[in-house]
Design a protein around this ligand. Structure first.
Ligand SMILES: NC(=O)c1ccc[n+]([C@@H]2O[C@H](COP(=O)([O-])OP(=O)(O)OC[C@H]3O[C@@H](n4cnc5c(N)ncnc54)[C@H](O)[C@@H]3O)[C@@H](O)[C@H]2O)c1
Length: 320
């Protein structure tokens, strides 16, 4: 067992990826605190207590686990949880931040509540746990943190709140990694892809079916989408990043899905304009240098419509 004697918090541990991570860490000997109020996909309150179910499963298998029904967005409650574990068990070794919700709308329809809610659970929730845990981890000179972002960090239609939170989590992770560089503390982030109640909705299934029937997908492609990519495929790499042996890996961003793991790097300089004289670009210089040099031949983030056509029926048809 690779995590014998370790204490671990797993948020969102009641369902999906968090549940699989909690089960695997416990199987490897960690004492797991499963944080999950059992909310709906959009954060709505429910009567469900999935944290109890995962805790019961761990105990049935001979492992150690406790349930916590508080929300990760509550700074004080997360402080009480972390401080309580350190008081009663001497340390907090591992934090895995898997809790998550979605409130999807285009930016022009999104309400302030929908934006705040998603930022609070994802970005603030991550910060809460990291803040409280790192204070103890620094004193103990040991800690393993695994955060959860998403490929949505690249920008995602109908999910600007979620994408912004996930991009923030990547920057948060890299900052914590730099701040804890001198300690045996690591902080990494995962962009997973797995079929869970968050991702495999009836609307997603219907959309695939529609695309197939409209000839936008081959039979082979459609059948590939039907293969269930379970959340259990995410857990082993997360568990690896919680072991002492992964000490040299920090600040990294990994995409994980069934059968595939790859790294991401971002922040590298891509193209440049240099002003040799006084360092001051004039607007006139930029009117020419930006399209003809800086952006020339660069792959666009989004292919833009000619402004002469923008908003026309033709443009709408192209972007539909
Ligand atoms: N499944 C994927 O393909 C995928 C893709 C990209 C990112 N992610 C991210 O991975 C993480 C796990 O996603 P999942 O697919 O397992 O989702 P899921 O919906 O299956 O599980 C999320 C769990 O988090 C819990 N939760 C929600 N709000 C909480 C809160 N405030 N405090 C504590 N727990 C809370 C829910 O009750 C639920 O049990 C999320 O951060 C998600 O954004 C998942």
């Amino acid at each position: 067992m690779k995590l014998q004697g370790r204490t671990a918090i797993v948020t969102g541990a009641g369902r999906g990826i968090g549940r699989e991570v909690a089960l695997l860490l416990a199987e490897e000997g960690a004492h797991v605190w499963a944080v999950d109020p059992g909310v709906g996909r959009g954060g709505e309150e429910t009567e469900d207590r999935p944290a109890d179910e995962v805790v019961a499963e761990i105990r049935d298998r001979g492992g150690k686990a406790e349930a916590c029904y508080d929300t990760v967005s509550d700074f004080d409650k997360m402080g009480e949880l972390v401080n309580g574990i350190v008081r009663d068990h001497g340390k907090i070794d591992i934090v895995v931040n898997t809790a998550g919700v979605l409130r999807e709308r285009m930016i022009w329809n999104m309400t302030e509540d929908e934006f705040d809610m998603v930022i609070n659970v994802h970005l603030k929730g991550h910060w809460n746990l990291c803040h409280h845990a790192v204070r103890h981890m620094r004193k103990a000179n040991y800690g393993r943190i695994v955060n959860f972002a998403s490929d949505a960090f690249k920008g995602s239609v109908g999910q600007c709140n979620y994408a912004a939170a996930k991009g923030g989590i990547i920057s948060l992770t890299r900052s914590i990694a730099k701040e804890t560089q001198r300690n045996d503390i690591t902080c990494n982030v995962i962009c997973p892809a797995a079929d869970t109640r968050m991702t495999l909705t009836e609307a997603v299934k219907a959309n695939r079916q529609r695309k197939y029937e409209a000839g936008l997908m081959t039979k082979e492609q459609y059948e590939r989408t039907m293969i269930f990519r379970g959340p259990e495929h995410i857990a082993p790499m997360v568990a690896y990043l919680t072991t002492p042996e992964s000490w040299a890996i920090s600040g990294q961003n990994f995409h994980i899905e069934m059968g595939k793991i790859h790294t991401y790097y971002y922040g590298e300089e891509q193209r440049g304009l240099v002003h040799g004289a006084d360092g001051m670009f004039t607007l006139d210089e930029l009117m020419s240098a930006v399209p003809n040099s800086l952006m020339n031949g660069l792959e666009p983030i989004v292919p833009k419509t000619d402004p002469a056509l923008a908003g026309s029926e033709d443009a709408k048809a192209k972007s539909a």
